[in-house]
Design a protein around this ligand. Structure first.
Ligand code: UDX
Ligand code: UDX
Ligand code: ADP
Length: 478
């Protein structure tokens, strides 16, 4: 059996590496139109950072795992074609700012149709709007010249989270396969199931109809994001009342119906999926006339934007309502720890908010490159996932400096803000940092990872999300 995956990104790359690693009897080829990305997958410096990924790639690469730009050849030869291309939010036209842009998906479907001389199972791996399979099937059927070629479409959404992708792939809570309820649909489900059964217990492989599988992925991400917005909304109330959001989260998390995970209050959720998938869900609800349902889910994104804005306002207010010309150290730019990924990171909005008030920002992140940071701060909303639309240089780009060291970033700054929960930030020498900063020296902990009592002992004025406010901050913020 030969598997071909179109799209060598965050999802396609690690997923195919794991399939090849666990199924030595199956040939797996990952293709991409981006030659630089493919070259990186074939090198010692993989294009994405993911703990454990390199070891898995090294074991399987050249054995039964290959990365290639020869899309046509490998798609033509594949029995199962995974499609794992980007599905950005539309930036223009009908549904702009909400609907998924399926340009890349449709391109992949047309390619499959044009080169196929044998029947294939086509697997939706990237998140797509519900009923995409139906549209894709039409494109495949109408564009394939050979009437003997049959296409069976499956939805097999990916639930891996970045930073823990390899663990999630090796031991998933579940694998979900959606297919048609016809005989050939069920047969195709069986084929894909047999791939996963190489390492996943059968009872963890759930089968559903196509639309349920597609909707499950959007719903899972919407529910996860909703938990974060819920606890973040409570963090604002905690600050207003003197409650402590971590105590509240712990208390509610011990109710087995609620559960303890995904209750960390933060400066906001980021990542390539949550906002995009919710907006997608909102758009689908609107198009089928369910405005109340659309509004309900949209509020999850509104609270996320509110949380980022609130954080910036706290900073400005604490620093005597002016940050103009002040240096602010930003520790962490990635959307979460253990990844170099910055897609939709809350740090972008926070930095833009600070720049809008004329601050100078010194950024340090252990994994994000300087070029990436400048690029992110120059792009407009929703532009990040559109490879052809480059950013325009930000007029205040010279107000942003990127450092290779947290101490250097903090030197001479008025404040430091923790925006990503990197473990190394917990172990920094804060006395040394305090001594090098302007006074009063502020800490804004957007992830609640630091030892606030100790920081106060050193002399910092500390703002921690959802925690009782320092008397100093109460005076300034009313
Ligand atoms: C609730 C809380 O569960 C309890 O912890 C608190 O102390 C008081 O409020 P109660 O109102 O007695 O308890 O019943 P509960 O089982 O929570 O159900 C509340 C409502 O939600 C019921 O109308 C129930 O039918 C409905 N429900 C519950 C659903 O519609 N779907 C569900 O999945 C669960
Ligand atoms: C998410 C889903 O978890 C995954 O199942 C899906 O396949 C893709 O989207 P990912 O975006 O990689 O994965 O990371 P995740 O760990 O879910 O974190 C998303 C964002 O939420 C991050 O910015 C993170 O910092 C934030 N977060 C998470 C919180 O603010 N609080 C929490 O308690 C958990
Ligand atoms: P994800 O996070 O969903 O994996 P990425 O943006 O990381 O998304 O990866 C998607 C990849 O798909 C990109 O590397 C892009 O170049 C690739 N791609 C998009 N369209 C095509 C296509 N028609 N053929 C081959 N690769 C494609």
């Amino acid at each position: 059996m030969k598997i071909t995956c179109i799209g060598a990104g965050y999802v396609g790359g690690p997923t195919m590496a794991m399939i090849a690693y666990k199924c030595p009897d199956i040939q797996v080829v990952v293709v991409d139109i981006n030659a630089a990305r493919i070259a990186a997958w074939n090198s010692e410096e993989l294009p994405i950072y993911e703990p454990g990924l390199f070891e898995v790639v090294k074991e399987a690469r050249g054995r039964n795992l290959f990365f290639s730009t020869d899309t046509q050849k490998h798609v033509a030869e594949g029995d199962i074609i995974f499609v794992s291309v980007n599905t950005p939010t539309k930036t223009r036209g009908v549904g702009a700012g909400k609907a998924a842009d399926l340009t890349y998906w449709e391109g992949a479907a047309r390619l499959i149709a044009s080169v196929s001389t044998t029947s294939k199972i086509v697997v939706e791996k990237s998140t797509v709007p519900v009923k995409t399979a139906e549209a894709i099937e039409k494109v495949l059927r109408r564009n394939c010249a050979d009437p003997n070629v049959a296409f069976e479409i499956l939805s097999n959404p990916e639930f891996l989270a970045e930073g823990t992708a390899m663990e999630d792939l090796a031991k998933p809570d579940r694998v979900l396969i959606g297919g048609k309820e016809t005989e050939s649909g069920q047969r195709a489900i069986g084929v894909l199931k047999s791939v996963y059964e190489h390492w996943i217990p059968t009872e963890r492989i759930l089968c559903a109809n196509l639309w349920s599988a597609e909707l499950s992925k959007l719903t899972a991400n919407a529910f996860l994001a909703q938990r974060i917005s819920s606890i973040n909304s409570i963090s604002a109330l905690c600050e207003a009342t003197g409650a402590d959001v971590q105590q509240v989260a712990h208390s509610i998390g011990t109710d087995s119906r609620i559960g303890p995970k995904f209750l960390n209050s933060s400066v906001g959720f980021g990542g390539s999926c949550f906002q995009k998938d919710i907006l997608n869900l909102v758009y689908i609800c609107e198009t089928v006339g369910l405005k109340t349902v659309a509004d309900y889910w949209h509020s999850v994104v509104h609270i996320n934007d509110y949380q980022k804005q609130r954080f910036v306002e706290r900073m400005i207010d604490a620093m005597f309502n002016t940050i103009s010309g002040k240096k602010i150290a930003v520790l962490g730019f990635a959307f979460k720890k253990d990844t170099g990924d910055t897609r939709e990171t809350p740090a972008i909005d926070v930095c833009k908010g600070l720049l809008a008030d004329n601050a100078k920002i010194n950024i340090y992140d252990p994994k994000v490159t300087e070029a990436q940071i400048h690029n992110d701060l120059s792009l407009g909303k929703f532009m990040w996932d559109h490879p052809t639309t480059g950013g325009t240089a930000s007029p205040r780009q010279n107000a942003v400096s990127v450092f290779k060291d947290a101490y250097e970033a903090c030197k001479d700054s008025h404040a430091l803000a923790v925006l990503t929960e990197w473990d190394e930030f917990k172990g920094l020498n804060y006395q040394k940092i305090y001594d090098s900063m302007m006074k009063p020296a502020f800490v804004f902990d957007g992830r609640n990872i630091l030892d606030h009592a100790k920081l106060r002992e050193i002399g910092f004025i500390v703002y921690a999300l959802g925690k009782p406010l320092d008397p100093f901050l109460q005076r300034n913020y009313s």
